[in-house]
Design a protein around this ligand. Structure first.
Ligand code: GLV
Ligand code: MN
Ligand code: MN
Length: 415
């Protein structure tokens, strides 16, 4: 069986090898999209693909495709893979586990001497994490048609560097965008392995999760303009403090998510910038990020609308101006039921316990699901911790998840 040919040592060597591309050694992994570390990690993966004998190509955003050709040149390929960028101070497995599980799955097929009918493409999608350009899933979003050429010029980092200019600087060719995106060719379907980023598998003692639905983020930027003034010289009654208004807006957001009747909904303020940012100055300006997710698109829309009303009321009461900029509003995905059955059957055949799960985090599969049937395989991560340097896995779980992925890919690639 292909699953028995999966090698944990190889997976571990790759995961440790790519971890060297890191802007914050000793403080977790920091590998933002289109940074020097990201470019180095891309070269690392391409070298692994080339050493395996895969056919490697790239597109104008830096998505990488490593193809194991099938026996029939005329049929649509099957995709697998994930991302290699990280959050600041993140872990070694978010995204990386899926890229290397895909490669190891193909390596196991090569060792087993089998080649399916359809090509299998192991992909690295550019920039899955929310980037400094205010957009996430850059590569898979473009493939799915949810990102346009104009967006490249509209999205800029906090220093004003446009995504378009960054791509040019790095030698990509963003002017080819409309020729390449949305994806012009048919794909049979996609399977992505990822760490769970929650503790349900670990608590249940189950090594494999079959994802049935993926929550989608709605992201906004909220800018509050108050009046900058002296921390000691301005009486409490005379303040128009931008931060205190922003804090009250943040707490209102938390309360709405906590009291929502939705099956699963989250709301996060992960970033807050105060201007001028000094201990003895009342902030004149506060700018913060808003991230709301749910498996139910209507619940999410309703929460955001309720929050907008509260924001206006708080701004009025505190006499500050507020400006809400929508950054993206993605729809949740129901994973392909047939692919779910294939994953369950293959796990059963390998005697590997599994359970169904919903993903609170988003993934590149959320975007790919617009274009093709898509499903995901989860493996546990220690204490459910992710987006943190403490992110950890049991290598044995990754080997099991990779075996299930490999067998499922093989089945689907023979359909
Ligand atoms: C992706 O990592 C997410 O934020 O869900
Ligand atoms: Mn992540
Ligand atoms: Mn991820």
């Amino acid at each position: 069986m292909i699953g028995e040919k999966v090698q944990g040592e190889e997976l571990n060597r790759w995961l440790e090898g790519i971890a060297a591309f890191n802007a914050t050694p000793g403080e977790g992994i920091t590998r933002g999209v289109y940074t020097p570390e990201f470019q180095g990690a891309r070269r690392y993966v391409k070298n692994v693909m080339i050493a395996m004998g895969l056919e490697v190509s790239e597109d104008c955003l830096g998505n990488i495709f490593g193809v194991y050709p099938g026996t029939d040149p005329d049929v649509a390929p099957v995709w697998t893979g994930s991302h290699i960028d990280t959050v600041p101070g993140g872990g070694k497995y978010d995204g990386l586990a899926g890229v290397f599980a895909g490669l190891e799955g193909v390596a196991a097929m090569i060792r087993a001497g089998v080649r399916p009918k359809r090509p299998i493409s192991v992909n690295v999608y550019a920039g899955e994490e929310m980037s400094r350009f205010g957009v996430c899933c850059i590569g898979s979003r473009a493939l799915s048609g949810r990102l346009s050429a104009a967006d490249l010029k509209d999205h800029a980092d906090p220093d004003g560097m446009r995504l378009y200019d960054k791509l040019k600087e790095l030698g990509y060719n963003p002017d080819d965008f409309d020729q390449e995106f949305p994806l012009k060719t048919k794909v049979h379907g996609s399977l992505e392995l990822h760490i769970e980023q929650n503790d349900k598998l670990e608590k249940a003692g189950v090594p494999v999760g079959v994802v049935t639905g993926i929550c989608a983020p709605t992201n906004l930027r909220c800018r509050v303009i108050g009046v900058q003034s002296h921390a000691g010289g301005t009486s409490m009654t005379d303040r128009r403090d931008a931060y205190m208004a922003a804090a009250e807006m943040s707490l209102a957001l938390e309360r709405l998510a906590q009291t929502s009747a939705s099956a699963y909904i989250t709301a996060t303020v992960g970033e807050m910038r105060l201007t001028p940012g000094a201990a003895n100055v009342i902030p004149g300006r506060a700018e913060f990020s808003v991230d709301v997710r749910s498996v139910d698109g209507d619940d999410k829309t309703e929460l955001v609308e309720l929050w907008r009303d509260e924001v206006r009321a708080i701004a009025g009461r505190r006499d500050v101006d507020v400006d809400l900029t929508p950054l993206n509003d993605d729809a949740p995905l129901t994973c392909d039921p047939h692919f779910g059955d294939v994953i369950r059957d293959q796990a059963d055949a390998l005697n590997i316990p599994h359970m169904d799960l919903i993903s609170g985090p988003y993934h590149d599969s959320l975007m790919l699901g617009d274009l093709m049937p898509a499903a995901m395989v989860f493996i546990p991560c220690k204490d459910g911790i992710s987006h943190d340097r403490k992110e950890a896995i049991d290598l044995d779980d990754l080997v099991k998840g990779t075996a299930v992925l490999a067998e499922s890919l093989y089945q689907i690639a023979n359909e």
